[in-house]
Design a protein. Sequence first.
Length: 254
Amino acid sequence: MSELPRNTIVTPEAVSLDVDTAGLGSRGIAQIVDSLIQIGLLLGFFLIAGGFGLEGSAGAAVVLLGVFVVFWGYFIVFEGLWGGQTPGKRAQRIRVVRSDGQPVGWTEVIVRNLLRIVDVLPAYYIVGAVSVLVTRRSQRLGDLAAGTIVVHERRVAAPAPFVVAPLPPVAVDGAAPDLPFDAAAVTEAHYDLARAFLQRRNELGPEARRTLGADVASSLRRSLGVAPGYRPDQDERFLESVAAAYQSRFRPNA
């Protein structure tokens, strides 16, 4: 069985997905941010503990407890509640997921973070950094044990508005615009089909644009009960009219 490419994962539904695994740079910056927050938490904890006047073995026990809670509890709590992110990871737009692309659960979060005790050796994540560099999917030892990977979140572009020329205004007597079809009969499915072509027509070559436009227009004419007799050069204007008829239902009155 051949090995999957580095940035490819297979979901439980057997769907292959390309992911952008986070490397040492983004993970290192996230760790620095999280470490600064942890230092602030520890200082606050020590100030509070010092206010109680704890000394000797009792003071040492409280300090050790505080270090343990902040060092391990910080990552476990944030990654468990924030879907695989800490403040540092969120700032770097990276996230921990299972190796099959599914969201992490508490089991994976706890396992990967308990292994920090090994990854942090011999000083500030040297073992973890080497593991990230040499493993195929940039995994530290905690990731390998928990079956997790760290990926960059994909930036989703804001959808561009789709605008067609509005239909002619409705006549004073309330009659519908002069269309070869009943505008009220245009459904969301009709609109989606017309829009899909109109949004992509400029990406097509002349012949492909003409052929595909004719096929889509012919299908919609049959569905909307339009009488035959249209010329080929009217196909795109017809599709624009279908899209405009649907959009006009949601366009506020001028």
